[in-house]
Write a new protein. Structure first.
Length: 665
């Protein structure tokens, strides 16, 4: 990937364990790389968007608190400005001609105003803190809620896209944090901008020359702050891939699910080494960033110092030439100092907002992407118990994959059929199961249930009628009972018949019986007294959940891959029973399996090869056809025949003899 000049290579100093030197930068980060390269003008133009997001969120959260926050900030800034002007009056009264006691007496009202403004300012500061304290957590929670709700509602296929997953992670984490800090910056900006305006007006009233000179002194500070913000962002973009890699290595080095292989393969030290290498390279970048930021800040400060010197020279010249009275010099100095402080606070707030605006950009991008990836709102409902599932010319490609997982598939499945999907690894069986059930939309072609195009139907109405027993079932961190009933929340089952049938057909009853608190045992090691299960036990719980769901279309994807022979036989008998036990009819069952002996009695067998449907028929028809199914079946059957032949068959008299030594008589 071509990188803009001045950016660093995202590499570590030795070949990475992950296997690639440079991870591809996520799409969203590359979009924002262009934003990072933008000039200051563009940055200023980006501000209103960030401010709008924050204010809109605040308004949506609490219009009353938002108005109150705006009000107290404006009043607080105005009181400061008022105090400044009052101080000018004090100086004018004190430094005019005449006896000192009279001058002091004359300045008393102005001194009272100054004192009053300080007291008011202190009271307003507490009001600001109180209002902000009430508003900020609400806005942060609202931002968090918006982003979580947006991500939760995207279609399933979005989670197949690595760029979207990363955008979701970054947008939620940095975006929400940026909104929270922006709220504070916005408050700072309001009060410092008012103070600046007051100082400029005061200086301008004293002498029109003073105002531009004040700006000159503070502008350098502002430039430095803007530059540092950009450096920070550039750094973030440059290290994003490395940070992703670091997180992945950290996860595989510490996660419990990887622990067994990690130890068995003695990968702890290599992983630690990889982690340290990435960390070191990130630290080097951080240090380089700190040096560059420091240099920029020092340059800014030097320029600001020169600007201040010019301002004092101009003031001196104004006094020397008699363009300004000496009595006003004190006020001018005060205005200069106030303006300088206010301008650097203003520029700092503007720049922080500018920096935050990038992260708020991620946040907005995430909301927009999530909206785009949300299934379209529709009132079209899928039929609850379709008489026919039809695929017409269906092609599907996983996001980011160069070639389709399924190509031009056309087929029809009728209500109550038990259909087996067969084929070698990667031939597309699981993917076909997901398309049949509307979980993934096809890129080309159409999937219809009784003529209703699933891409046009409300996904909730489709999903309500499907049950999926996944190859690797989810390990829900809840009780064993809930691990089954979560299959259909709220299903009425007063006498627990459905529950008993589900755990009985799947063999989950044996699992539950072996648990210390039976069905009330929490299945997660994250909780005290929680229990974990073996792979096969989790699979039984998944099957029970699928059966308990009692849906009209059931997809079982390698349901018995991790089961022992006895459990497998029981599950297939259970699934057979489940296929005939749908309320008043037969359930449409789609079975994905490699163990061909289990599907001989299926109504139809579909054979896939490299994403294409190449054969279909009953077991006998496919065996007669002598194609791929016949070949695969023969390989498995031959293995059994060969192992049977290898076992010597005992003669009747041998058998007698073999047993006899054990006899005690
Ligand atoms: N989440 C995914 N992202 C990208 N590609 C995928 C994903 N899942 C599967 N694929 C690819 O799609 C193709 C079909 O995969 P699928 O899982 O449907 O095959 P399968 O027949 O079920 O395989 P197996 O018998 O190994 O379970 C394969 O080339 C696979 O690499």
């Amino acid at each position: 990937m071509r990188r803009p000049a001045g950016t660093t290579q995202d590499t570590t100093d030795s070949p990475p364990l992950i296997g690639v030197e440079n991870l591809k930068m996520p799409e969203w980060a590359r979009v924002d790389e262009r934003v990072a390269a933008a000039g200051f003008g563009q940055a200023v133009r980006a501000l209103p968007t960030a401010v709008t997001v924050v204010v809109r969120l605040a308004w949506r959260t609490s219009p009353r608190l938002t108005l109150l926050a705006g009000f107290v900030h404006v009043v607080s800034g105005t009181v400061t400005a008022f105090g400044l002007l009052a101080t000018a009056n004090v100086f004018t009264a004190l430094l005019q001609q005449g006896p000192t006691p009279e001058r002091v007496l004359e300045s008393l009202p102005a001194i009272l105003v100054v004192t009053g403004s300080y007291a008011a300012r202190a009271a307003l500061d507490s009001a600001v803190a109180a209002v902000e304290g009430a508003l900020r957590p609400r806005v942060t929670a609202a931002a968090d809620d918006a982003v979580t709700a947006a991500v939760v509602r995207v279609g399933l296929i979005a989670f197949e896209d690595a760029d979207f997953r990363e955008l979701a992670r970054q947008g939620a984490r940095y975006g929400v944090r940026a909104i929270e800090t922006s709220l504070r910056r916005l408050a700072d900006l309001t009060s410092s901008a008012i103070s600046l305006a007051a100082a400029m007006v005061t200086a301008g009233l004293l002498n029109p020359w003073l105002a531009p000179v004040l700006l000159l002194a503070a502008a350098a500070d502002g430039w430095a702050a803007a530059r540092v913000a950009k450096l920070n962002y550039r750094h973030y973009i440059d290290t994003v891939s490395r940070n992703i890699r670091k997180t992945v290595v950290e996860e595989v080095a510490t996660w419990r699910t990887m622990a067994l292989e990690r130890h068995a393969l003695t990968l702890q030290e290599p992983l630690l080494g990889e982690y340290r290498r990435i960390s070191r390279s990130l630290v080097r970048e951080e240090v380089r960033l700190a040096h560059r930021s420091n240099l920029v800040r020092t340059t800014g400060r030097a320029a600001a110092g020169a600007g201040t010197a010019v301002a004092y020279l101009v003031l001196g010249w104004l006094l020397y030439s008699g363009a300004m009275e000496l009595a006003l010099a004190g006020t001018a100095v005060l205005a200069m100092r106030t303006a300088s402080t206010a301008l650097s606070s203003t520029t700092r707030a503007v720049n922080s907002l500018y920096e935050d605006s990038f992260y708020i950009g991620f946040y907005n991008q995430l909301l927009a992407e999530s909206r785009k990836r949300r299934p379209p709102a529709t009132t079209l409902a899928a039929p609850a118990d379709p008489a026919e599932i039809r695929l017409e010319g269906v092609t599907f490609t996983y996001p980011g994959r160069p070639s389709p997982a399924l190509r031009d598939i056309s087929l029809t499945i009728r209500r109550g059929e038990v259909v087996a999907l067969v084929g070698e690894n990667g031939s597309g069986k699981t993917t076909l199961g997901k398309l049949l059930t509307g979980l993934y939309p096809p890129d080309e072609g159409v999937v219809r249930w009784d003529g209703v195009d699933l891409a046009q139907a409300d996904p909730a109405t489709v999903h309500a009628n499907i049950a999926v027993i996944a190859q690797e079932p989810a390990e829900w961190p809840m009780t064993a009972a809930n691990n089954v009933t979560v299959g259909r929340l709220g299903r009425p089952d007063p006498d627990r018949r459905a529950w008993r049938e589900a755990v009985g057909c799947s063999g989950a009853d044996e699992v539950i019986d072996s648990l210390p608190a039976k069905e009330n045992t929490v299945l997660s090691k994250k909780f005290d007294e929680g229990q974990d299960l073996s792979g096969g036990q989790w699979q039984r719980m998944g099957i029970a959940r699928g059966i308990y769901r009692d849906a009209s279309v059931l997809v079982a994807d390698e349901p018995t891959a991790a089961l022992d022979a006895r459990a497998e036989a029981r599950v297939f008998a259970g699934l057979q029973h489940a296929s005939t036990s749908l309320r008043g009819g037969r359930r449409t069952t789609i079975l994905v399996t490699h163990r061909l002996a289990n599907i001989r009695s299926a109504d139809r067998i579909l054979v896939l090869e490299k994403g294409r449907l190449i054969e279909q028929g009953t077991h006998e028809e496919l065996i007669r056809a002598g194609g791929l199914y016949h070949e695969l079946y023969e390989i498995q059957a031959r293995a059994y025949r060969a192992s049977e032949a290898a076992i010597p068959q005992p003669r009747a008299e041998d058998a007698e003899e073999e047993v006899s030594p054990a006899r005690t008589d």
